[in-house]
Design a protein around this ligand. Structure first.
Ligand code: C5P
Length: 227
């Protein structure tokens, strides 16, 4: 079983979520999807009729909502004010608005503190946790024994995102997916507050030519060596 934290960062469409959940499951570890937390806040912001670009109002929403983020890799439940929202937070409106919301420094401060608290809790009970996001290796747990940065070519990321959308019953062409993935990565990489980037000591894995299984085998080996 995994001991400690595996920090898994990278842009969208690299297979991060599938890899993180499967890895956590196989290593009998917990799983924390930090992107889901930014998505839950974004859902609350949109429901409150607040402009995602209005930093102060967005921070206020983030401070007043109550949410619960599951850490079971086989069925991570997300509750917003008691309502199950796991499917809802993957919708296109949320995906479109999440980058401006996550660029608000107060929102990040808030969620990073929450993430550290959840991680401590899982470490204290299960002993190991796979954490996925954009700033896990750089900001949330810079001391993680294993940091991985997943990448993939723009074509592959768009194709994966589009397949994911179709599987979830959302209509999208590869061109739409590419535009959406590119836009979000630009916003996430160029923001001032903890932008998307690899930690200096992260292992970079290009998943373009690898199956999910190959990525998981590679990461399991790394985790066993370093964990
Ligand atoms: O991983 P996912 O695509 O669900 O993340 C949604 C968004 O949340 C990202 O595009 C990014 O804006 C934000 N995010 C972040 N920091 C993290 C995880 C996600 O800013 N650690």
């Amino acid at each position: 079983a995994l001991r400690g934290v595996v920090a898994l960062d990278g842009p969208s469409g690299t297979g991060k979520t599938t890899v993180a959940r499967t890895l956590a499951d196989r290593l009998s570890a917990g799983y924390l999807d930090t992107g889901a937390m930014y998505r839950v806040v974004t859902l609350a912001v949109l429901r409150a009729g607040v402009d995602p670009a209005a930093a102060d109002a967005v921070a206020e929403v983030a401070a007043r909502i109550s949410y619960e983020i599951g850490t079971d890799p086989s069925a991570p439940r997300m509750l917003l004010d008691g309502e199950e929202v796991s499917a809802l937070i993957r919708g296109p409106e949320i995906t479109h608005a999440v980058s401006p919301v996550s660029a608000v420094p107060k929102v990040r401060e808030f969620l990073v503190a929450e993430q550290r608290r959840i991680i401590e809790g899982v470490l204290g009970t299960v002993g190991g946790v796979v954490v996925e996001g954009r700033d896990i290796g750089t900001v949330v747990t810079p001391d993680a024994p294993l940091k991985v940065f997943l990448t993939a070519s723009a074509e592959i990321r768009a194709a994966r995102r589009s397949a994911q959308d179709s599987a979830a019953g959302r209509q999208s062409t590869v061109d739409d997916a590419r535009a959406s993935v590119d836009r979000r990565d630009k916003l996430d990489s160029s923001r001032i507050a903890s932008p998307l980037r690899a930690a200096e000591d992260a292992v970079e894995v290009d998943t373009s030519e690898l199956s999910i299984d190959q990525v998981i085998v590679a990461l399991s080996e790394l985790a066993c060596r370093r964990g």
